[in-house]
Design a protein around this ligand. Structure first.
Ligand SMILES: [Zn+2]
Length: 253
């Protein structure tokens, strides 16, 4: 990765203050991960963009998101363009692509220091790891996330295995970076604030986060297989899940 790409891999939306505070926290979080060899672009927002809730359907309470290059078309222009190097004449299209994945952290999570921010970043970083290690498994979970509501109207999105995996990882990392007590206090605060605004789905997510032991070993393949069996033929998983060991190998782009 050349220097320009390395510099552009961290976008603090013009805030040198956030650069000084958030970057060291992110590096601490990243030191607990074995990251895949993909070019990650990190964007830390300093204002709220309604595009995320309207066009991307992320809802009122989202804290951040991870998206690979292939999903970029849903992004607002400034994020879409950030995936690319400035165009130069004679440049091949493949060479203009600067990043493979984006992690975006919402302004409210960036200022929720330190546990709220660490939790949000570690959660999205685990999605990046899922994508990097087993992209087909990530994609099946993504399709489950978006389609299961039709069949299970009472199921909360955070019960999807990739979300459970990201929440358990985020809790473990938050405990290591910020301490067990601070992490627990943060979870209690989230539960209370979701209860206060009547957001029962979000409340259930944070109750799970508070209650799950952070040392839980979560096997994403094993946890995903029952969903695939149950919804085979009813949900388009985007992957041929009838093949043996369908979760191995790369996505067809
Ligand atoms: Zn997630």
């Amino acid at each position: 990765m050349n220097k320009t790409t390395t510099d552009r891999a961290w976008n603090f939306d013009g805030s040198t203050e956030n650069d000084g505070i958030l970057r060291p926290l992110c590096l601490q979080v990243e030191s607990h991960f074995s990251l895949p060899p993909k070019r990650l672009w990190r964007y830390f927002a300093t204002s709220d963009d309604s595009h995320m809730q309207t066009w991307m359907g992320l809802g009122e309470h989202y804290r951040g998101f991870h998206i690979p290059f292939s999903g970029r078309s849903v992004l607002p222009h400034y994020l879409l363009h950030g995936f690319f190097h400035p165009l130069q004449s004679g440049m091949l299209y493949e060479d203009s692509i600067a990043f493979d994945n984006l992690i975006y952290i919402r302004q409210s999570a960036c200022s929720d220091l330190p546990v709220g921010f660490v939790t949000a970043y570690a959660h999205e970083l685990q999605h990046f790891v899922q994508y990097g290690r087993t992209p087909k498994l990530w994609d099946v979970n993504r399709n489950l996330y978006h389609s299961i509501g039709v069949f299970e109207p009472n199921m909360i999105p955070s019960e999807i295995p990739s979300e459970r995996d990201a929440d358990i990882t985020a809790k473990r990392i938050a405990e290591q970076v910020c301490g067990v007590e601070a992490t627990n206090q943060f979870a209690e605060k989230q539960i209370q604030s979701m209860e206060n605004c009547g957001a029962s789905v979000q409340k259930a997510r944070w109750v799970f986060f508070r209650n799950v032991p952070s040392a839980t070993h979560y096997d994403l393949v094993r946890e995903t297989l029952p969903f695939v069996d149950k919804y085979q033929g009813r949900i388009d998983f985007g992957v041929d899940t009838k093949q043996p060991e369908w979760w191995t190998g790369n996505l067809k782009l």
